[in-house]
Design a binder for this molecule. Structure first.
Ligand SMILES: [Fe+2]
Ligand SMILES: [Fe+2]
Length: 173
């Protein structure tokens, strides 16, 4: 049993994770348009990860007896000048998500809601990984600048990323 207020906050964040997935799906298409198939793959994997995040919140809320509410979607940007811009927007977005996860954790602590605290632990750790991946790629992209050869080398590295569903992830996505 979780409070109405905790359920509303988690429901709101669940929708934010769904929105994240659409941002990255759109970036995948934009990377493809820039001729960067590896980056398109990287963002497609990120889209699938975000769907897992969304489903984790969905499954937790449903498991707590909550009828989830899908909110109308916000506009999804689909125009980017460069891969560096996409990665910087990705890091900005993930830092906002980290802040939201911290707020949710704070609420769960204040409400002495131990179940929600445990549920959120996975996301606290996941956000460190997310931001770190983005920072690494931004650093590399800054090193190569406008050098096409360098960008293609980073693109080839991004082609290697594979989707690995986390252990215990709800439903196959
Ligand atoms: Fe996420
Ligand atoms: Fe991740």
């Amino acid at each position: 049993m979780i409070s109405k207020s905790m359920a509303a906050s988690l429901n709101n964040h669940m929708n934010f994770e769904l929105h994240s997935s659409l941002i990255y799906l759109s970036m995948s298409s934009s990377a493809n348009e820039l001729g960067l198939k590896g980056a398109a793959n990287w963002f497609m994997v990120q889209y699938r990860e975000e769907m897992v995040h969304f489903m984790k919140f969905y499954a937790y809320l449903v498991g707590q007896g909550i009828n989830i509410e899908l909110l109308p979607g916000k506009e999804v940007p689909n125009s980017y000048k460069s891969l560096l811009e996409m990665m910087q927007k990705t890091l900005d977005h993930e830092q906002i998500i980290t802040g939201c996860i911290n707020e949710l954790s704070e609420q769960a602590v204040q409400e002495k809601d131990h179940a929600t605290q445990i549920f959120l632990h996975w996301f606290v750790t996941e956000q460190i990984e997310e931001e770190n991946n983005d920072r690494d790629l931004i650093a590399k992209l800054k090193l190569v600048g406008d050098n096409g050869h360098g960008i293609l080398m980073i693109d080839a590295e991004m082609a290697q990323r594979q989707f690995v569903p986390p252990v215990g992830a709800p439903l196959a996505v």
